[in-house]
Ligand binder design. Structure first.
Ligand code: GLN
Length: 468
């Protein structure tokens, strides 16, 4: 398979002539074709081969970027100039982007090779990648199961070695949950750490962009590259971007909080036991385990779905048939054109969210739902603030179960929403979280553990993750 364990080994091998970058890229292009049944990609860029030659020359000349030669796939909600940007929706099926997202541009500026755009749930709404106008994605570990969502294509591509790494987006778990189902690392950074410019907005106060990879070193490296203030996104943060990669290895002992609310009803026994034995090991290694409580946790899912649907109903108003992508034809009036374009263009789940969001924002219900949910969001954030006065990181399962069967939850939206029960809280609080693949269940399906830290404390997540 691959002759290298991580990016650094790959660079070494290219420098000393053991690995040809062109052959490496053509290996990935072939694997993508051979694994087309996974349906992980919406678009594949054959011109990556030409890029490989250019970057190989740069590497050999000794002047090259931090990600030189790393082959990266990006979720199809992120803009790349002159390439399709569909959000896996029929409403944008023929839309091409006029500019490049800041996070993607930063990868390119550091000499990464963008190999294609990955499938996802429509407008990133979903937990199983079954809501895609481009068809469902299969889990590479067990093709009868979902890869998770919404960044299912990115997670599957990394798990099946169709690329070195991928970018996804996480509004309520869409990086960590599929990473857990596919057995790879996935990091959701602090809100504001990475510019959202060029990310198609789902819920603007929740959306974050982050990496998937098979090693923690690569996660750290990509995070370092894509982070930072961007004048095109006023919510991007001035917070210092430390050289995550340089200080990954540490003997530091952490105080690790175990919130009781994340180990209750609904948690699969094998997942629980695997997580708890990891906790035991951490204790043996000298870390301090602290039992904590995040008392408002039971309101997480309700609060999340009120607020994200409200934001989505507003963000998706721009897809009206007039300005972007799909337009219904032969409609008698302008208003029919809007209605028809949206009715035909959007899928069922997206319409459900727009309707729910419009309802919770409507005059008679605003106070009862939207305003109340904003207040509960504040309480949830306070739970975390209190916890981080006591501990460095919080450890939980990433998901209550391993990857579910295709179709198992797709008829019941509430069941589907509950797959994000442990991940939505980090987005409500704006804090970073990571999935660490820590084991497999008796059927060989990956089990993921989540670490969360205080805002801008990604380094602690990376350092602790590195010890596994
Ligand atoms: N599954 C969650 C939702 O549908 C999270 C999606 C995401 O993080 N983009 O909203």
């Amino acid at each position: 398979m691959l002759s290298y364990k991580n990016h650094y080994e790959k660079l070494e091998q290219i420098k000393n002539g053991k690995l040809s970058l062109r052959e490496n890229v053509s290996f990935f292009l072939n694997r993508i074709k051979e694994n087309s049944h996974l349906n992980a990609f919406n678009f594949v860029f054959d011109e990556s081969l030409g890029k490989a030659d250019q970057i190989e020359t740069k590497i050999k000349s000794g002047s090259y970027g931090k990600l030189a030669g790393m082959v990266i796939a990006v979720k199809d909600v992120l803009a790349l100039k002159d390439k399709p940007l569909t959000c896996s929706s029929n409403i944008l099926r023929n839309f091409k982007s006029l500019y490049t997202a800041t996070a993607v541009q930063k990868l390119i500026d550091e000499d990464a090779i963008i190999i294609g755009k990955t499938n996802c749930d429509e407008f990133a709404m979903g937990s199983s990648n079954e809501n895609s106008a481009f068809g469902k994605v299969l889990n590479p570990i067990d093709n009868s199961r979902v890869p998770g969502g919404s960044s299912g294509g990115s997670a599957a591509a990394v798990a099946a070695f169709l690329c070195d790494a991928a970018l996804g987006t996480d509004t309520g778990g869409s990086i960590r949950q599929p990473a857990s189902f596919c057995g790879v690392y996935g990091l959701k950074p602090t809100y504001g750490r990475v510019s959202r410019y060029g990310l198609t907005a789902y819920a603007s106060s929740f959306d974050s962009i982050g990496p998937f990879a098979n090693s923690i070193d690569e996660i750290a490296l990509i995070l370092e590259v894509i982070s930072g203030k961007d004048e095109n996104d006023s919510t991007s943060s001035e917070a210092e971007v430390v050289d995550f990669t340089k200080i990954l290895d540490t003997d530091k002992k952490f105080r690790i909080g175990i919130p009781k609310e994340y180990f209750g009803e609904g948690l699969d026994a094998e997942v629980r036991n695997t997580i708890l034995s990891a906790v035991e090991k951490l204790k043996e290694n000298g870390h301090t385990i602290v039992n904590i409580s995040l008392p408002h946790s039971e309101y997480t899912i309700a609060t999340y779905y009120i607020l994200v649907t409200a934001e989505a109903s507003s963000n998706l108003a721009r897809f009206d048939g007039a300005r972007y992508g799909f337009r219904a034809d032969k409609t008698p009036t302008l208003s029919d054109m809007y209605v028809e374009s949206r009715s035909e263009g959007f899928g069922t789940e997206v319409k459900r969210r727009i309707m729910l969001g419009t309802y919770v924002l409507s005059a008679g219900y605003y106070d009862a739902y939207y305003r109340k949910a904003q207040r509960v969001r504040r309480l949830l954030k306070q739970d975390f603030d209190n916890a981080f006065n006591e501990v460095d990181v919080i450890l939980t399962p990433t998901t209550p179960t391993v990857a579910v069967k295709i179709g198992e939850k797709s008829d019941d939206p509430l069941e589907m929403y509950l797959m994000d029960i442990y991940t939505t809280s980090a987005n409500l609080a704006g804090i970073p979280g990571i999935n660490i693949p820590i084991g497999k269940n008796s059927e060989g399906l990956p089990i993921g553990m989540q670490l969360m830290a205080n805002q801008f404390d990604e380094l602690k997540l990376l350092q602790l993750a590195k010890t596994f």
